[in-house]
Design a protein around this ligand. Structure first.
Ligand code: HEM
Ligand code: MTE
Ligand code: MO
Length: 483
């Protein structure tokens, strides 16, 4: 054997106190020092250094995947000395399960990884304007922290001079005006599976169309709380450039200070969702809501807001949630070359395709709206743009892009925006087409009020993390269900 043999005692020395970090899996040893700053799961990886990664990967099941094994192999440095093996293996050990107090989830959610929980809203629920809280997609990087009594939970605001002001959730409720904002949250990985299928493999959870949902959120405005804590909103200290948010489990992210205090930005500290207390998965007892921005900035289980000259230093601000050119890969990326994703581009998807005929067609308002008499196909879906930009049009093609129809944008059950409020929520759309128009693939693309739209293909927009996958959504004509 040409690989060096390494004693377990030597591996143990390369622990989190050391400058270089080693781990083992089976009888193979890896020096992962260079990987640590690139790890999508952040610094929690340091828990395993100096020992076996297996008990951690049994818990963080997201790693039980060939792409992850391939990354690990790049750092191979040798085998464990057989003198330290029992039945050809080194001991894996036991670790405490950090997910043991995670909540129960609705069984209809489509689970992409169970520990941490990442689960998408089923297509059947994407066709309604407000997503029921228990069907709202869940995107957790780590475990759900157990924060105890909601009203006692504390939020600390750290001002630019280092001074801290603390509020309980009860203080927030009592001292500030309450607002309701209906807003869509979309994960930057929504539709990543389509980028993979339409172009090349991407790292990350392979979400379909359901890493997006909409709720009515209740809470107070961050700008009001900052003003109370001592920030001069009219002439703020020029050194303040960012508002950083820290979650109770270790997650963190930031937004620009301008967005944080924008009178029309509607950044909120929310404690209720669809009229009920926030569910634990969605940030109980307090989360930030940053409407119009990628959902990664809406930090859950909020502990702290830090006003700063700098962005959050977290993994999820600095090393992830960025898009690079199609030629850039995980081995040659310079993370500092791109800004963190904040506002998001136009997105749309087809959530249902039904065939309607006979009495059902005559009884529906489709016949009246579209003048349809013969057998028809009804398509439904959503369209959404970041930055509060309104969706002005949804174009649907029944023949892979040769001919186009405009979908009907559905009115919402209640009027969600007042005159000054931006378009923070998605639009539901519907279109009925005569069956003779169908050919191979339906496609959809939406257009926002700035006339931004979506790319036709994925190749030219490929990025190795599969973020912001918004190529035209295509579904085979044959996928229609009979009504
Ligand atoms: C050398 C060892 C490791 C490698 C190569 C590795 C690799 C990766 C990769 C590629 C992902 C992204 C997966 C995806 O998004 O599909 C990931 C995520 C993650 N890893 Fe690791 N990992 C390692 C060790 C660990 C350890 C020991 C822990 C915990 C103690 C850990 C915790 C996590 C967590 C929590 C995530 C989720 C991040 C997210 O949801 O975005 N990892 N890891
Ligand atoms: N504290 C904390 N906040 C977080 C996350 C997290 O893992 N921890 N995930 C972020 C990401 S990437 C997304 S897409 C949204 C998901 O919110 P949801 O689970 O309520 O749908 O929360 C964001 N806020
Ligand atoms: Mo996300």
């Amino acid at each position: 054997m040409s690989e060096p043999l390494i004693r377990l005692a030597e591996i143990h020395e390369h622990n989190r106190e050391a400058g270089t970090f080693w781990v083992y899996r089976g009888d193979r040893v890896y020096d992962i020092t260079d990987w640590v700053p690139n790890h999508p799961g952040g610094e929690v990886i340091l828990r395993a250094v100096g020992g076996s990664i297996e008990p951690y990967w049994n818990i963080f099941t997201i790693h039980q995947n060939q792409d992850v094994y391939d990354i690990l192999e790049q750092y191979f440095i040798g085998n464990i000395d057989p003198r330290d093996l029992v039945d050809g293996k080194a001991p894996a050990g036991l670790v405490d399960d950090p997910f043991k107090s995670d909540p129960e989830r609705d069984s209809s959610l489509m689970v992409r990884s169970s520990r941490p929980c990442n689960a998408e809203t089923p297509a059947s629920e994407l066709g309604t304007f407000i997503t029921p809280a228990e069907k709202f997609y869940v995107r957790n990087h780590l475990w759900v922290p157990d924060v105890g009594d909601a009203e006692d939970h504390r939020l600390t605001i750290e001002l630019i001079d280092g001074e801290e002001v603390t509020y309980s959730v009860a203080d927030l409720r009592k001292n500030f005006r309450e607002y309701n904002i209906t807003a869509t949250l979309q994960c930057s990985g929504n539709r990543r599976a389509h980028m993979t299928a339409g172009s090349r493999p991407t790292n990350g959870l392979q979400w379909q169309i359901g890493a997006i949902s909409t709720a009515t959120w209740t809470g107070v405005r961050l700008r009001d709380v900052l003003a109370h804590a001592g920030v001069d909103l009219n002439e703020p200290d020029e050194d303040i450039k960012h508002a950083q948010f820290v979650g109770a489990e270790a997650y963190g992210a930031s937004i620009s200070f301008d967005k944080a205090i924008d009178r029309h930005g509607d950044v909120m500290l929310v404690y209720a969702m669809n009229g009920q207390a926030l569910p634990r998965d969605h940030g109980y007892p307090l989360r930030v809501l940053v409407p119009g921005h990628v959902a990664a900035r809406s930090v859950k289980w909020l502990n702290k807001v830090i006003l700063s000259g700098d962005e959050s230093t977290s993994q999820w601000q600095k090393r992830d949630y960025k898009c690079f050119g199609p030629n850039v890969a995980s081995h040659n990326v310079n993370w500092d070359d791109a800004p963190a994703i904040q506002e998001t581009p136009v997105q749309s998807a087809i959530t249902g395709v039904r065939q309607v005929k006979g009495d059902r067609l005559r009884d529906s308002d489709l016949a009246r709206v579209y003048g349809l008499e013969e057998e028809s196909v009804v398509l439904e879906g959503y369209a959404f743009a970041g930055g509060g930009r309104e969706i002005i049009r949804v174009d649907v093609s029944p023949d892979n892009g040769k001919t186009w129809w405009q979908a009907q944008l559905l009115p919402h059950d209640k009027d969600v925006h007042d005159d000054n409020q931006k378009a923070w929520a998605w639009k539901q759309w519907r279109l009925a087409l005569p069956t003779h128009a169908l050919h191979e693939h339906f496609c959809v693309k939406a257009v926002d009020e700035s006339y931004n739209s979506q790319p036709e293909q994925f190749d030219a927009f490929y990025n190795f993390r599969g973020n912001l996958a918004n190529g035209w959504h295509r579904v085979p004509v044959s996928s229609r269900s009979k009504d």
